[in-house]
Ligand binder design. Sequence first.
Ligand SMILES: *[C@@H]1O[C@H](CO)[C@@H](O)[C@H](O)[C@H]1NC(C)=O
Ligand SMILES: *[C@@H]1O[C@H](CO)[C@@H](O)[C@H](O)[C@H]1NC(C)=O
Ligand SMILES: *[C@@H]1O[C@H](CO)[C@@H](O)[C@H](O)[C@H]1NC(C)=O
Ligand SMILES: *[C@@H]1O[C@H](CO)[C@@H](O)[C@H](O)[C@H]1NC(C)=O
Ligand SMILES: *[C@@H]1O[C@H](CO)[C@@H](O)[C@H](O)[C@H]1NC(C)=O
Ligand SMILES: *[C@@H]1O[C@H](CO)[C@@H](O)[C@H](O)[C@H]1NC(C)=O
Ligand SMILES: *[C@@H]1O[C@H](CO)[C@@H](O)[C@H](O)[C@H]1NC(C)=O
Ligand SMILES: *[C@@H]1O[C@H](CO)[C@@H](O)[C@H](O)[C@H]1NC(C)=O
Length: 444
Amino acid sequence: MFWWYSTRRQDFLRTGLLIGIIWLTLYTYQLYYFYRTDVRQYQQKQYSYLNHKFYERILCFFINNKYCLRQPKTLSSIYDRNLSNILREQPLLYQYAIAPHFINFKSLLKTFIPRINKQYLVYVCDRPCGGWGDRTRKIVGAYLLSLALNRTFIINITWPCPILDIFEPNIIKWNSKIYQNNKSTNLTVLTLSATDNDYREVLSWKSYDIIYFKTKDLGYYSMLLWRDDLYQRLQYYGFQRSTLFIHSVFTLIYELLFKLKKHPKNHIDDIVHNYELNNERTNLFCAHIRIGRNPSNPNDNIFPKREKMNITVINFLRKQLNDQCNNKTLSSLCNYTKIFVTTDSEQVQTYVQKQFGKHLLNIEGLIRHIDRAAQKVACESLEKTILDFQMISYCNSMIMSKSAFSFWSNVRRLKPYEKTYIYCDGIKSIRRAGDYEKYPYGSC
Ligand SMILES: *[C@@H]1O[C@H](CO)[C@@H](O)[C@H](O)[C@H]1NC(C)=O
Ligand SMILES: *[C@@H]1O[C@H](CO)[C@@H](O)[C@H](O)[C@H]1NC(C)=O
Ligand SMILES: *[C@@H]1O[C@H](CO)[C@@H](O)[C@H](O)[C@H]1NC(C)=O
Ligand SMILES: *[C@@H]1O[C@H](CO)[C@@H](O)[C@H](O)[C@H]1NC(C)=O
Ligand SMILES: *[C@@H]1O[C@H](CO)[C@@H](O)[C@H](O)[C@H]1NC(C)=O
Ligand SMILES: *[C@@H]1O[C@H](CO)[C@@H](O)[C@H](O)[C@H]1NC(C)=O
Ligand SMILES: *[C@@H]1O[C@H](CO)[C@@H](O)[C@H](O)[C@H]1NC(C)=O
Ligand SMILES: *[C@@H]1O[C@H](CO)[C@@H](O)[C@H](O)[C@H]1NC(C)=O
């Protein structure tokens, strides 16, 4: 009786122990698996996440984990093939399909089917309305507002020249025709803040078919977060308050909207190919040197704190390059070290060409501020400005100026706070989004 009891007891313990070990192994593996998820792998075209669906099924069967409940089984099981292919080819979008975002691309896409007799929100820029960083930030805000208000989103940028010369819609069709008849009503909005009054005003827009949106800032943005009716509409698409900071969703919406047309796209593709930017060994060190008024931009603002910026930033780039080329263990990488400088000054451009020679990645084009130069030259410079902006997403390191162009182009990097610096009375490290705010315009 006693031995029988003890054997049963041992069996029981052994089985329990075995189950425990299996559970612990699976649990550890699961933790490892989810925490290891590294968007860079997707950029390098090893979509390892997608190869793990078998393990994932097993794990999710055993473990009732919130990731399992929310993580798509595979992209193609929740999205049709077309959409999952698009997402897989575009790492900047793909990062939003997974933790911590889980954006519902399917329901977002449904809003893009143009419907007759719909209401519109049109982002308008027909006169100077900011540089490219500033503009795209406002476009992202306007797009979120259009989602919250259930209006078809249209972009009409004609200053300094039509944006359709350079971009076409990527996934959101923002150039669809506006259907209107002689009964259509419209309203032009120049300012909007988040006050109770302005919220009531937004509710009153219901009676207008077309809203022409021309606000100078994002004063209304917190309304999207804290007015329940607006927020709920955004939540439906997978946006959450915890990740609805404009810097967190900027890349998602920029990529959903914009796709370079064939000509500028070929230009970027050639550069990526010639400078081997998709090669894992390539290191691209970048800087935006925005010095303000100079012979290339004689009408621009004067930034008195940026006198030494040109030299300081170039010396820092020189040091980054030398660290790779003069170090015996790393010197094999020297040929793969590239430098990219985007600047508002032709003098700086010429100087860096002399300094960095074959290491310098050059995008041909005219250097002008798209908003502060005469319309004709501003228009000529628009393509280069945008290509420079897009190129930043390839950078492994970035030195910013205190500038919207710097900030928003840097946000489009897959790891925006890795090896990131700002020039503000010397070179300072930026380790998280909030760090940028520590350096006020006046002191940089
Ligand atoms: C798939 O997407 C492309 C654009 O990326 C579009 O032209 C095509 O019509 C789509 N196909 C289907 C079946 O939706
Ligand atoms: C959004 O508008 C469309 C038609 O304009 C309508 O069918 C749909 O129900 C609306 N959605 C919401 C959530 O109001
Ligand atoms: C965009 O605005 C211009 C005038 O600034 C107008 O001529 C054009 O029709 C508009 N395009 C759309 C699609 O609304
Ligand atoms: C509005 O358009 C309709 C045809 O679409 C026309 O019959 C009507 O006369 C127009 N009304 C005015 C006031 O122009
Ligand atoms: C907007 O509405 C006004 C009348 O309120 C009209 O005169 C004007 O042409 C409309 N603007 C556009 C761009 O449709
Ligand atoms: C750097 O800027 C200073 C003053 O702003 C100027 O005198 C100098 O020529 C510039 N150097 C280069 C290489 O651009
Ligand atoms: C060379 O690079 C390695 C790896 O980054 C680093 O550990 C080492 O300190 C560097 N050597 C010198 C002399 O900088
Ligand atoms: C670097 O490139 C030069 C020619 O541009 C070549 O001679 C040299 O062997 C290369 N070095 C390495 C380590 O690949």
